[in-house]
Write a protein that binds this ligand. Structure first.
Ligand SMILES: Cc1ncc(COP(=O)(O)O)c(C=O)c1O
Length: 432
């Protein structure tokens, strides 16, 4: 693959932008590859500055469930552009968005829009603390909730590839109030609540974690988490920034039959525009300023273009439930195809998938938590990544990310992907 233009642009970007990128995982450090510089994308395919065409399994890390360049979303955005880009005042579209999200996610009685998933989780934590008048929060190892100070402790996503348990620049005094549990660990959960349950403001969780690679939460564990948080008056924050409208129209909460007290959203609800939202029980949400004493605000929150892209995307998903059936069909085909090849070429690997979110871990260990995810052979992943990239497949450049399918991927895309996996596995098996 020719990457002359990408390499030149990346070198130039490195002079002006830390690491040449505006979000660390994009730099490709974990796989030792310079990033492709992207020019455009259409449907399930993406094109770089050298004219290379690749099947896109990043999908902007989740938002592009309808694929790129969806004509309906585009048409509505163009219409909205006529009315200006931002007002700093309330709009009918914000009301429409709130009503639509409430209809689709019954656990939300009131919600507020923000501009990223990070803002949503940070605000939900502050609100839970204000509501309960307690300081401690609990998170799970390998779950990622954006880069707010108190949540950057043993997090997944970009942080997982750097092997650091928290970020420099976060004062110990903040981390002291963040308690960390192993994902799906019943014993630790019971023990912690026995000793500290009455001091905990909130537990934040990804019911299906997508940030240590895809690792589904254990159903019984999540059920117990819901029970025990209720028993101790602890706010359960379900982080659906990635899973919301991705794993089902009702998010992970629908799959797990669990309702959070507060829910965080992002990604798909903006249809590709910067967005976030948090919402939940009215009694809690009413503690937000200007009604209550918990302050939270945003110059561009509820931006009309983001609202338009999001409303149009959500309406499409609501009116076309077959999208989820199709995504399941694609996911199932890809998972089965890869599993057959793992057996055929005796590769030490395992696939985790929930709907259109999937990770190929280079380990034989069943992955149900972060330490099991970390048994993966990162070098093998890097080799796989590079070979696949050269064959025209655009995967996230980290062992600990999900890859995402869209409504615009075709059976042909999936079959091409499987045949490329075969070529790469065959080579890896020979080199073993
Ligand atoms: C579960 C989860 N929460 C929060 C975030 C942070 O969202 P953002 O990157 O929009 O700040 C992410 C981002 O990947 C996420 O996956």
């Amino acid at each position: 693959m020719i990457t002359t233009n990408s390499d030149k642009l990346f070198k130039e970007s490195e002079k002006h932008i830390p690491g040449g990128v505006n979000s660390p995982v994009r730099a490709g450090k974990a796989v030792g590859v310079n990033p492709l510089i992207i020019k455009r994308a259409d449907k399930g395919h993406i094109f770089d500055e050298d004219g290379n065409e690749l099947i896109d399994f990043i999908g902007s890390y989740g938002p592009m469930i309808l694929g790129h360049n969806n004509p309906i979303v585009k048409k509505e955005i163009v219409k909205a552009l006529e009315d200006s880009l931002s007002f700093g005042a309330a709009t009918k579209k914000e009301l429409e968005m709130a009503v639509l999200i409430k209809e689709l996610l019954p656990s939300i009685e009131m919600l507020r829009m923000v501009n990223s998933g990070t803002e949503a989780t940070m605000s939900a934590i502050r609100l839970a603390r204000g509501y309960t008048k307690r300081d401690k929060i609990v998170k799970f190892v390998g779950n990622y909730h954006g880069h707010g100070d108190s949540l950057l402790v043993q997090a997944g996503s970009g942080i997982a590839t750097q092997g650091i348990s928290s970020s420099s620049g976060v004062p110990d005094s903040i981390i002291e109030n963040t308690l960390v549990l192993n994902y799906n660990d019943f014993e630790q959960l019971e023990e912690l609540f026995k000793t500290s349950g009455k001091d905990i403001a909130a537990v934040i969780v990804e019911l299906v974690s997508g940030n240590m690679g895809v690792v589904p939460g254990n159903f019984d564990f999540m059920k117990r988490l819901r029970e025990i948080t209720k028993e101790y008056g602890v706010v359960l924050i379900v982080d659906e920034v990635m899973t919301g409208f991705r794993v089902s129209i009702g998010g992970a909460q629908k799959l797990y039959k669990i309702e959070g007290d507060l829910i965080c959203l992002g990604k798909i609800i903006g249809g590709g525009m910067p967005i976030g939202a948090f919402g939940g029980k009215k009694e809690i949400m009413e503690r937000l300023s200007p009604l209550g004493d918990v302050y939270q605000a945003g110059t561009l929150s509820g931006n009309p273009i983001a609202m338009t892209a999001g409303i149009t995307t959500l309406k499409y998903l609501k009116d076309n439930p077959k999208v989820y059936l199709y995504l399941e069909e694609l996911g199932d085909r890809l998972e089965n195809g890869i599993n057959l090849l793992i057996d055929k070429y005796k590769i030490d690997a395992t696939v985790n998938r929930v709907g259109s979110m999937m990770t190929l871990f280079f380990t034989r260990t069943k992955v149900t938590n972060f330490s099991e995810a970390k048994t993966s052979d990162e070098k093998a992943f890097a080799r796989f990544y590079k070979e696949m990239l050269n064959l025209g497949l655009f995967f996230p450049p980290s062992q600990y990310e999900a890859f995402f399918l869209s409504n615009e991927h075709t059976i042909k895309d999936i079959d091409k992907t499987i045949s490329c996996v075969e070529k790469v596995f065959e080579k890896m098996n020979r080199l073993e």
